[in-house]
Design a protein around this ligand. Structure first.
Ligand code: CO
Ligand code: CO
Ligand code: CO
Length: 325
């Protein structure tokens, strides 16, 4: 949308000119609406779990901005000549389960016939206008917490190639269908400065967005980034999504990579995620307490994975080891 003219309006608090997860429009001094839309092709074969993952992913953009989802609408592209109606029913059942878990309501939707199956949600939430979390608020000295392991793109590729083990598939389903609701509530308690959810650009691409929007240099420590079980193994057999290379190439001018790091870990840093975790930027003196609470609340994979190093006018990402600060 970079080619579209930027429209300014006093009530438009977050528009499409930023790389934020959702748009925010102020209704009153106490309330703003958060709006987002996401849909994609299946990453797992089971339609019910695909529905749950796609819905969790769509709801996540509201959580990343510190909002609370209120209503959702289904968006469906369905190959009605190739697939039985039962498949669609299962997808929508999975999606509805997640909408309800989020405390939101399904209010409608729209479907079209398409050769390729796609599903997702348009979600509307609310947030206090003074408490919107964007990706532009990271401060020098902040620590970065990631709440879910990465490697979803690699596992999804292994599934497509019929090479994924049952355990790897189940882990992916478990992680990708987990709502970022609790993580979002906890980050707000600790006064986080910035947040984004990790999706199509991988942890590397999304951190670079934070770096650019916050005008800082960020360090990510590859040895601290949690990986899904099997992700490294499959990546080593060449199951790297094409998107990973494309994203890395796209970011190239703004990243610095420690030469000691094995290529496979770099590929994983740029592995596109589906319904990934939140990456949370917050004061160093509350980072450990926040991490502890995340883990206590069941978000076991949460880790401190990086730091905000210094101001940087254009934004920069350093991919390194934790011991080479
Ligand atoms: Co997002
Ligand atoms: Co999105
Ligand atoms: Co319609």
């Amino acid at each position: 949308m970079a080619a579209l003219p930027v429209i300014k309006h006093p009530n438009l608090l977050v528009g499409y000119e930023t790389a934020d997860d959702a748009g925010v429009y102020k209704l009153t001094n106490e309330m703003a609406i958060v709006q987002t839309l996401d849909f994609f092709t299946p990453i797992v074969n089971d339609p019910y779990h695909f529905g749950r993952i796609a819905a969790a992913n769509s709801l996540s953009d509201v959580y990343a901005m510190g909002g609370r989802p209120l209503t959702a609408m289904n968006i469906v592209c369905f190959p009605s000549k190739d697939l039985p109606k039962e498949v669609l029913k299962e997808i929508l059942r999975g999606g509805l389960e997640k909408i309800h878990e989020a405390g939101a309501l399904l209010v409608g939707g729209h479907s079209v016939d398409d050769r390729e199956l796609k599903y997702g949600l348009s979600v509307t939430g609310i947030v206090h206008p003074d408490r919107i979390i964007t990706n532009g608020g990271a401060k020098v000295g902040d620590r970065l917490i990631l709440t879910k392991p990465i490697g979803m793109g690699v596992i999804a590729k292994a599934i497509k190639g019929k090479m994924a083990s049952k355990g790897a598939v189940n882990n992916l389903i478990e992680v990708a269908s987990t709502l970022n609701k609790k993580a979002s509530e906890i980050m707000l308690k600790y006064g986080c400065h910035a947040c984004t959810d990790v999706t199509g650009f991988g942890i590397g691409g999304h951190l670079l967005e934070v770096a650019r929007a916050s005008k800082v240099e960020i360090a990510i420590y590859v040895d601290k980034v949690p990986l899904l079980p099997g992700a490294k193994k499959y990546a080593l057999t060449g199951l790297i999504p094409a998107g990973s290379y494309a994203i890395k190439h796209f970011c190239e001018k703004s990243i610095e990579i420690d030469r000691r790091i094995e290529t496979i870990l770099i590929d994983l840093v740029f592995d596109p995620q589906t319904s990934g975790g939140l990456v949370i930027s917050l004061d160093t003196d509350v980072a450990d307490a926040c991490l502890k609470e995340l883990k206590y609340e069941g978000i076991k994979s949460a880790r401190i994975i990086g730091d905000i190093l210094s101001p940087h006018p254009k934004g920069r990402l350093k991919i390194t080891y934790s011991n080479s600060k």
